[in-house]
Ligand binder design. Structure first.
Ligand SMILES: [Zn+2]
Length: 63
């Protein structure tokens, strides 16, 4: 059986500082995505990487 778990990631907007939660998909491996802030609607680049334990880490910067 293959487990695919979606991990919650806490993200802080680099523009306005708003905190929100996004979902990381470990089955995809490391990836980069651009999302618009839910508060100020400005785009940010979210780089998601997974450590050896499968824990996701997010690096966020202004897109
Ligand atoms: Zn924002």
């Amino acid at each position: 059986m293959l487990w695919i778990m979606l991990e919650d990631l806490d993200i802080q907007c680099p523009h306005c500082g708003a905190l929100f939660t996004t979902t990381a998909d470990p089955s995809a491996g490391d990836y980069e995505t651009i999302e618009d802030c839910e508060v100020c609607c400005r785009p940010m680049t979210i780089r998601v990487t997974f450590d050896e334990d499968g824990e996701p880490w997010a690096d966020v910067e202004a897109a």
